[in-house]
Design a protein around this ligand. Sequence first.
Ligand code: HEC
Length: 496
Amino acid sequence: MRLGLQKTANNPPQRAWRALLWAFTSASLGLLALVGSNADRASAQPGPASFTADIQPILQSKCLACHSSSSKMGGLVMESYESLMKGGIHGPSIIPGKSEESRIFLMLEGKVQPRMPFGGDPLPAEEIATIKAWIDAGAKGPLPGETSAPLKPLAIPDIKPQVPIASPVASLRFSPDGKVLAAGGYKEVRLLDPATGKAVASFLGHADYVRSLAFSPDGQKLAAAGGMPQQGGEIKVWDLATHKLLKTMKGHSDCIYSVAWSPDGKLLASGSYDKLIKLWDVASGQETRTLKDHIDAVFAVAFSPDGKWLASGSQDRSVKIWDVASGQRLYTLSEPLDGITTLAFSPTGKQLAAGGYDRTIYIWNLGDKQGTLAQSLIADEDSIIQLAWSPDGKVIASSSSDGTIRFRDAATLDPLNVLSGQADWVQALAVSPDGRWLAAGRYDGTLSVYDMKTYKQVLGPTLAFEEYLPPSQRARAVAGATGTVANARVAREVRP
Ligand code: HEC
């Protein structure tokens, strides 16, 4: 699935829906499968199109999942004629009589990006023509006497996509010994060999995207966090020797965006869209504390290398430093002008870097009572998605929705190199523990590994979630005994 996203830096509406983007990707996976059922009717019907008979059914089946009053993407609500005509963040989407000046038509045609329906297949030409004709005929509402029930979003149909869609790479982490690269995707974690990109294991059964990963410091376990948007957060802890699921921890009321493992191995921290941070005792699987102070989604959590502090970054434009032992908030760093999506401690733990929607990398010197801004730099042309600090402390790598990965001198933030023209958003970045490799995972499902010294790509781009068969099934598949398991999986998530 490709996202033709507008690269319009940091406009506020964009960030509002950006935060919801993951939530709706599953919806659009479902929508892709819906076939235009109104197409024949439109072409069969002469005369000006009617709002209730012709337009509403298209909006209902193709648009409403993202343009209901609860999802409201682009500020546009399509539940009634009135709300549709009101328009979105760019003002009215429909100029009666002038389809060529109407944003809705231009976006359906792809003349204004992103093309609608967002992330899905373009509407059939007949449906676009119907909408165009209706606008050109004055974009009339329901006729007097015509009942126009307010539209309600369809339940997201549980139809498996009929077109091949590569799961985005939502998260990446190297194991402490550097030998395994874990990749989180749609309902799945892959363990890959970072040298070859080959899958060595696959962990299934996650509720939705695995948005964040953390290895235990001893390298024996992997925490994979995510959960269903608006339903609940979930952390699954996997044993890396046996590949068994050890625990599933639930507690947040919305999905988890970030998980971190404490350096002593005892605690997990999670940050969620529900605005809360939770600490979990790994041994018992119990939630031990809820840290509550952010007033918006928490997108990033990180332990200081000595384990005393937890840093959290939120859509509420702040970074907070917490005392892990007491759960007390020590202080708030409030310089950012917009939501924070990513955090990275310096290896010494004395500094913290943060980035997000205001395109700026902030670096603070952290004290016990307060932090002071050491430097800040508008580092990218669009939102910063991920930051990673090299283990030797010298380099900060960032990925941005401007389509780049940048390397900077951590002391000065001077640019060292840029890998521009990334095929898609780099949602996931991870530096190997020896500091040699940077792994980058993209929204289009591809993965690359770069050499941190030469900036050369040493692996990829390769699809992270290519069909994986465990060795036992692989043998059977080869023997021709079973196509079923393989085919079931291919049908569900073919990676071309
Ligand atoms: C999977 C989610 C999704 C679906 C389905 C979807 N949209 Fe959108 N729509 C968005 C997002 C996200 C934006 C904001 C894009 C931006 O500003 O960059 C948007 C913005 C718009 C806007 C611009 C509003 C404004 O004022 O900026 C129009 C018009 C629009 N969509 C029309 C449609 C139509 C028509 C359909 C159905 C054929 C549709 N959309 C289906 C997600 C979706």
